[in-house]
Design a protein around this ligand. Structure first.
Ligand code: 5RP
Length: 273
C-alpha cells in the first residue's frame, strides 16, 4: 500500500493500522432527500464535525454545507442514481469521478454494493473499477453492503457473503450492519469493518449497545447517522459513542458520558485537536 493510501486511512483511523474510527454518516439525502433532522445539513453537521474521525457525505453536501476550514477527514459517497421513489434501489452507478474526489481532498470514497439485488452485477463491477481508480489515486475505497428496502436481509449469512465479496474485489474497508452472529461476518472479512446504525432505534441506550456489541465482536468502528443526529442530544451521543469505540467503555460508562455531556453546551475545542 502506497504512502498516500496509508496516510488517508491513518487520518480516519487515528489509532493506526489496528485502530478504530467514529465516522459520522450524513449521506442519506442522496437517495432519501431531506431526511428528518438533516433538512438543514449545515446546521446538523457543524456541531458534530469536531467529534467525528471522518464525515461520510456526498460532494453536494460537502461543497455546500461543510466549511473548507474543516479538519475532519472526508469519506465521499460516489455512488447513486436511484431514489426511495423507486422499488429497486440497486440501480446505482458511479456518480462522482475519482478526479473530483482527489480535487476535494478526500480520505476515502464509498459506494453501495447490492449483493443479491437486481443490479448486483453492475454494483460489483462498479466496486472493482473504483478500486482500480482508488489504487491509482491513493484513495481508499469503502464498500457499503446495502440492503435497499429489505432490512430483513441484515443477517449474518447474507452480510458475511456481501462483506467477503466486497473484500475479494479489493475494497479497503467495508461498511455493513450489526447482526446476531456478527463475529461470523468479521471472521470472513479480511479488511476492517465499520457498522452503520440503521433506522433510529427506540433509545440512545439501544444504539450504544449496538455499537458496543459490534466493537466487542471485532468491528473497527462505526459509520453512524440517524441514531446520532435524530437523537435529542446528538453531540452527547457522539461523545458517548467515541467512548465505546476509542476507550473500550462499557454501555454503562457510555451512558454516564451521555448523561454528563447532555448537560453541557458543545465545547469549542476540537476533539481532534
Ligand atoms: C445511506 C448510508 C448511511 O450512511 C448508513 O446507512 C449509515 O447511516 P445510518 O446509521 O443512519 O444507517 O449508507 O445510504
Amino acid at each position: 500500500m502506497d504512502w498516500g493510501m496509508r496516510n488517508r486511512l491513518a487520518r480516519m483511523f487515528p489509532g493506526g493500522e489496528n485502530g478504530n474510527a467514529v465516522m459520522l454518516a450524513v449521506d442519506h439525502g442522496y437517495f432519501m432527500g431531506p431526511t428528518h433532522h438533516l433538512e438543514d445539513a449545515r446546521a446538523t453537521i457543524a456541531p458534530l464535525l469536531p467529534y467525528a474521525d471522518a464525515v461520510a457525505l456526498t460532494r453536494g453536501i460537502l461543497r455546500t454545507s461543510v466549511p473548507s476550514t474543516s479538519a475532519t477527514p472526508v469519506m465521499l459517497r460516489v455512488s447513486g442514481g436511484a431514489t426511495v421513489l423507486k422499488e429497486d434501489l440497486s440501480h446505482e452507478t458511479i456518480t462522482t469521478a475519482m478526479r473530483d474526489a482527489a480535487r476535494l481532498n478526500v480520505c476515502g470514497v464509498a459506494l453501495s454494493v447490492f449483493v443479491g439485488a437486481p443490479h448486483e452485477h453492475e454494483s460489483l463491477v462498479n466496486l472493482s473499477k473504483l478500486v482500480d481508480e482508488g489504487e491509482e489515486a491513493g484513495i481508499p475505497v469503502m464498500a457499503i453492503t446495502a440492503v435497499g428496502k429489505e432490512l430483513e436481509k441484515r443477517d449474518a449469512r447474507y452480510l458475511a457473503l456481501a462483506c467477503r465479496v466486497s473484500a475479494e474485489l479489493g475494497a479497503h474497508l467495508v461498511k455493513t450492519y450489526y447482526c446476531d452472529g456478527f463475529e461470523k461476518v468479521v471472521e470472513g472479512c479480511p479488511v476492517p469493518l465499520v457498522v452503520a446504525g440503521g433506522p433510529k432505534l427506540d433509545s440512545d441506550r439501544a444504539a450504544l449497545e449496538l455499537a458496543h456489541s459490534a466493537i466487542a465482536k471485532g468491528a473497527h468502528g462505526i459509520d453512524m447517522g440517524r441514531n446520532i443526529w435524530q437523537s435529542d442530544h446528538p453531540v452527547a451521543m457522539l461523545k458517548a459513542l467515541r467512548a465505546i469505540v476509542h476507550e473500550k467503555a462499557t454501555v454503562a460508562e457510555a451512558m454516564d458520558v451521555l448523561g454528563s455531556a447532555k448537560g453541557r453546551a458543545p465545547a469549542a475545542a476540537s476533539a481532534r485537536a
